[in-house]
Design a protein around this ligand. Structure first.
Ligand code: KIV
Length: 301
């Protein structure tokens, strides 16, 4: 099959040409000094909005365990659940790079990680997977298997129990040096990008300057090559005070609650639906029905 006839890669549903963001394109953006915008998304409607808004990299994050499924942390979400959500995102997204998080416990060995990553690509259409921690051997094996990888260092939420909570990492000279060594080893193993979460700005800036692949920061300061936020944090769809690094760009929580309250009140006051929002019988059918009902009443009398 010729590359140019590969289905669905170079046009949007309305036929307008689009330039698909790929993993190498992220490295090109770094080289060109173009900031990379990234956002999590978990379903069709919101990922379609994110894609249409021009986000470069959409992460089906395992944060869905918390923001979609209501778990206390990210540990409970399964590979099957992540695949289910990735499929919905994949159907919506035409331009952004779609990356799926490998959930906790799905890559304890290289063989298990490879098998699960293949499922993300084959069954869900993921274009890359993300793994937490310095899993050098796994990143190398995934890269060899043609599966692009985004690595994730610093505050890695899957390590919540080891870290004793969600704490800023790399606060000493030794731990900054270790983080830098891990980031280099991951890039050498083939990671196409590295998410840096919850680390001091200075450490993120040094890693970003040294690495050939882009860094995507969350709580890592403004010097990373790109930034990522959790969709629900960006829009105030969470139910707890935000972390220091979160900027809320809209208050969708208040908007949605007030719209639903308004709807409930309208139903309770019979103000919804109106006559204009109702279907009607055609005049001729109405008349025929009246005539039939009148005839039936006369027959009974
Ligand atoms: O799961 C997630 O949302 C993430 C981002 C915070 C990077 O890993």
């Amino acid at each position: 099959m010729s590359l140019t006839s590969f289905p669905g890669t170079n046009s949007s549903p309305n036929g307008a040409p689009i330039t698909k963001i790929t993993m190498p394109a992220l490295t090109d953006m770094k080289r060109q000094g173009k900031p990379i915008s990234a956002l999590t998304a978990y379903d069709y409607a919101t990922s379609r909005l994110a894609d249409e808004a021009g986000i470069d990299f959409i992460l089906v994050g395992d944060s869905l365990a918390m923001v979609i499924l209501g778990h206390e942390n990210t540990l409970a979400v399964t590979v099957d659940e992540m695949i289910h959500h990735t499929r919905a995102v994949r159907r919506a997204v035409h331009r952004a790079l779609v990356v799926s998080d490998m959930p906790f416990g799905s890559y304890n060995s290289v063989a298990e990680g490879l098998a699960n990553a293949v499922r993300f690509v084959k069954e869900a259409g993921a274009e890359a997977v993300k793994t937490e921690g310095p899993r050098i051997e796994l990143v190398h094996a995934l890269t060899e298997a043609e599966i692009p990888v985004v690595a994730h260092l610093g505050l890695t939420p899957q390590s919540v129990h080891r870290m004793g909570g969600y704490r800023v990492q790399a606060r000493t000279a030794e731990t900054v040096l270790q983080l830098k060594a891990d980031a280099h080893a991951l890039a050498d193993a083939g990671a196409g990008a590295i998410v840096l979460e919850g680390i001091p700005r200075e450490a993120a800036a040094q890693i970003t300057a040294e690495l050939p692949v882009p860094t995507i920061g969350i709580g890592a300061g403004p010097d990373c090559d790109g930034q990522i936020l959790v969709f629900h944090d960006l829009l105030n769809l969470t139910f707890a005070p935000p972390a220091k690094f979160v900027r809320r760009y809209a208050d969708a929580g208040t908007l949605i609650r007030s719209a639903i309250e308004h709807y409930r009140e309208d139903v309770e006051h019979r103000a919804f639906p109106s006559d204009e929002e109702s279907y009607h019988l055609p005049e001729a059918v109405r008349k025929a029905l009246d005539d039939m009902q009148q005839a039936a009443t006369l027959r009974k009398a």
